[in-house]
Design a protein around this ligand. Structure first.
Ligand code: ATP
Ligand code: MG
Length: 240
């Protein structure tokens, strides 16, 4: 059973749909990435998964639990957490306090989990008493990811976790994403850098104009003429 499964999800703001019939699965211990042009509906899909938007039709499952109609605050408890692109840490709290807040979802003492995460994110361990607002942009993104992991989620949804980062730190963040996906988590990532997505993901969806236009294992997607797909041409139009 996939960690996350959507069946023909259609959603949008107000009455008009922005994304149409999106069927995606994300498996444990793998990275599934959504790429596509600006305005394709990638963030809209992420927001629908986490209950910020409710689907107009279609269904969403986290493991065997249907989350389609659950209120947003219930969804992390069912194992799906979300890291938004911006404003994803409490800047006036220390690194450690940010992680403690992330632990509120579970009733257990957070210290043990914090120690585990400090082993995975040594940069954060070094800065544990610093106010999050004093970290670099890349470190803040890692903190946001670590905070989401406090809940030991089955699925982590990351919206452009590398936006605005230097190429060097982009590599660090992607390496961490690959690493955490190995910890019995499914990572679903929105990424605007196609090369990075292909390099670090197992499975890729290309969204164009609100639809999952083309999808497949990263190696297969890498072999396609992506610029023409981004313009909305179909795989059938590809040169052989
Ligand atoms: N809060 C909103 N209310 C109404 N329309 C919105 C809202 N947010 C986004 N949209 C519209 O939905 C469409 C898809 O936007 P979305 O943010 O999902 O795209 P995206 O693929 O994430 O783009 P980007 O790569 O720029 O982040 C766009 O036409 C956008 O104008
Ligand atoms: Mg977006």
């Amino acid at each position: 059973m996939p960690a996350l499964r959507t069946e023909a999800v259609t959603a949008g703001y107000g009455r008009s749909p922005i994304i149409h019939d999106i069927s995606v699965t994300a498996e444990l211990r793998s990275v599934t990435t959504i790429i596509g042009p600006n305005g394709a509906g990638k963030s809209t899909f992420a927001k629908t998964l986490v209950g910020i938007l409710k689907p107009m039709s279609g269904r969403i499952f986290v493991g065997d639990t249907e989350t389609t109609k659950l209120p947003g605050h219930e969804i992390p408890r069912r194992g799906l957490v979300y890291v938004p692109q911006n404003d994803n840490v409490f800047k006036r709290m220390s690194v450690r306090e940010n992680l403690e807040v992330g632990g509120f979802v579970s009733k257990a003492d957070p210290s043990e989990r914090i120690d585990e995460l400090f082993q995975i994110f040594p940069d954060l361990a070094k800065a544990k008493d610093k106010k999050a607002g004093f970290l670099s942009g890349g470190q803040q993104n890692l903190l946001a990811i670590a905070r989401a992991l406090m809940a030991k989620p089955t699925v982590i949804v990351l919206d452009e976790p590398t936006a605005g980062l230097s190429p060097a730190y982009t590599s660090v963040v992607w390496e961490q994403i690959e690493r955490i996906s190995q910890l019995d988590t499914a990572a679903l990532v929105v990424e605007q850098n196609v090369e990075r997505a292909l390099k670090h993901s197992n499975y890729v969806h290309i969204f164009v104009a609100g639809r999952s236009h083309v999808h497949g294992p990263a190696e297969e997607i890498a072999a396609l003429d992506l610029p023409s797909i981004f313009l909305g041409r179909s795989v059938a139009d590809q040169p052989a």
